[in-house]
Design a protein around this ligand. Structure first.
Ligand code: HEM
Length: 497
């Protein structure tokens, strides 16, 4: 009996050793004999995806990627089969019209754990195109007018919160409050009610935490080893855990059911109302509705919060730009070109405001990683070399926005004026601007975020001065989104639009 057990132990250890050798040999041969074996990057990234997972966990991947491009040139290896490209021509090749590159399975863990994927996490180009067609009208410029009253309402609450901070000379974290603002607006626009974060002054229902942990942190790390996601989904079926995704779903399902039963207001033209209308016309099914509402909350809140925080931060650090913006707003007001509150249409006619937003997002793009895509059948020529099909490639906004050959010697300076150029030069800059992504997978919610930013900023900069309440430099931490942290105070200038 004892000797049989010893044999069994021997067999098992032999098996483990053999499996490990096969595993290591597979990795080594892939690293040494791949047609891309000579692409440079951190040594560990040649053999394992864990290097990028570790860097993502450390929260500075955008800076690390920029630094590696400086060291190694236009192609940098991030993992055995993942490459960051800094050559501007790659933007058209990878994301341009008619491109056959598809999203890599990095995106899958960001989506709902359902067979029916949302537009953000769907990897098939065909399925994505059909899903996006069904919902795009709700995000179109023509739909924005119906969302304006919701933005105005939350803007009012936000201005009151700032006035209260000013009156009590209270220091607060700028990003956190911009995040409260952005979540409250997206709540109003999407499900018909604000999440009440500005009024509460804290993440009262744990929604921000749930989105951060369940979608962003989870997606950005598990996306780098997506096989884990399949295991997690299987595990969830066996052990019914209270996942963070379920927390956001509960909020959404509660609102849908209230609306269908006529408990909540039905005369609003928000996303929920539009989805129900489309569903009654047989154009949307239940899971698409859940996906639309969930994606708005997951993809449309932190991004806008980060971007608003960036605009205010850079204006605070550049009083001359702040003054130019104020002059533009006051001039428009004197000429009778600004209503109270400022309409989206009026804000679009404020060129310095538009330039300021673009410049802030250039220097601080919300997303820290490459927008990864899979090289299609037949391979592709990118940045002067052939990539075989199946290789994962992408351009990182932080890298391209730091490229001196595009933006000039003052690439690191905050200078909104760089956007106030003739049509041809502007179109060149915009082709190299990735804050909202590019091509068929470009941000569907861009106009909504611009609606929020361009309406709120004139009000804020006119009425308040922001000053650092401690360290004047923010700190940042990334993991798909690059979130900031800085304590500020506001001073009420006593002027209102
Ligand atoms: C300033 C705010 C925003 C920024 C910086 C931003 C950034 C981005 C970026 C970079 C992408 C492309 C991702 C990729 O290719 O991998 C994207 C896609 C997306 N964004 Fe935004 N976003 C913002 C606001 C919003 C809002 C307000 C919504 C919804 C209300 C939204 C919903 C989406 C969706 C659904 C996609 C996927 C589109 C597709 O694949 O067809 N975003 N966003």
């Amino acid at each position: 009996m004892i000797s049989q057990f010893a044999y069994l132990q021997y067999d098992v250890s032999m098996l483990i050793t053999a499996a490990s050798i096969v595993f290591i040999l597979r990795y080594l041969s892939a690293a040494l004999f791949s047609p891309l074996h000579d692409v440079q990057g951190p040594t560990l990234a040649r053999y394992t995806r864990l290097w990028e997972v570790y860097k993502n966990w450390q929260g500075q991947l955008e800076h690390v990627t920029v630094a590696f491009h400086k060291q190694y040139g236009s192609i940098v290896r991030l993992a055995p089969n993942r490459y960051s490209i800094s050559d501007p021509t790659a933007i058209r090749t990878i994301y341009g019209t008619g491109s056959k590159f598809s999203k890599s399975d990095y995106y899958t863990p960001f989506g709902a754990p359902l067979d029916h994927k949302d537009v953000f996490s769907e990897t098939s180009n065909e399925k994505h195109a059909s899903e996006r067609r069904k919902i795009s009208n709700m995000y179109a410029m023509s739909s924005l007018v119906s969302y304006e009253p919701f933005v105005d309402k939350v803007n009012g609450v936000f201005m009151a919160a700032l006035a209260d901070h000013a009156q009590h000379r209270r220091a607060f974290d700028l990003f956190t409050w911009m995040q409260f603002y952005a979540f409250d607006v997206i709540g109003e626009i999407t499900i018909g009610r604000s999440f009440g974060l500005l009024e509460a002054g804290h993440d009262k229902d744990g929604l921000l935490h749930a989105v951060h942990v369940g979608s962003i942190s989870y997606g950005s790390s598990v996306g780098l080893i997506p096989e884990i996601h399949q295991l997690y989904l299987w595990f969830q079926k066996v052990v019914p855990i209270n996942s963070h995704w379920k927390i956001t779903q509960r909020v959404i399902l509660k609102e849908i059911s209230a609306r269908l039963q006529g408990v909540s207001t039905t005369d609003r033209k928000d996303f929920l109302a539009k989805c129900i209308e489309l569903s009654k016309a047989g154009k949307l099914d239940q899971s698409t509705i859940n996906n639309v509402l969930g994606t708005n909350i997951g993809a449309g809140s932190d991004t806008t919060g980060i971007s608003m925080c960036a605009v205010i931060y850079f204006l605070m650090k550049h009083p001359n730009c702040l003054q130019k913006l104020r002059d533009e707003i006051e001039m428009a007001d004197r000429q009778g070109n600004l209503s109270s509150p400022v309409t989206f249409q009026e804000a679009q006619r404020l060129p310095y405001l538009q330039a300021t937003i673009k410049e802030a997002l250039r220097l601080h793009a919300a997303v820290d990683q490459i927008l990864s895509r899979v090289v299609p059948d037949g391979g592709a020529q990118i940045a002067g070399r052939h990539f075989p099909q199946g290789a994962v490639v992408g351009v990182n906004a932080w890298v391209i926005h730091n490229d001196e050959s595009i933006w000039g010697k003052d690439v690191h300076e905050f200078r909104p004026e760089r956007w106030l150029v003739d049509k041809e030069q502007l179109s060149f800059l915009e082709q190299n601007y990735l804050a909202f992504g590019a091509g068929s997978r470009t941000c569907i919610g861009k106009n909504i975020s611009l609606l929020e930013m361009t309406k709120l900023l004139p009000q804020i900069v006119r009425q308040f001065d922001f000053i650092p309440a401690g360290d004047s430099q923010w700190t940042t931490s990334s993991g798909w989104f690059v979130k900031q942290s800085i304590q500020v105070k506001v001073i009420n200038r006593g002027r209102e639009i």
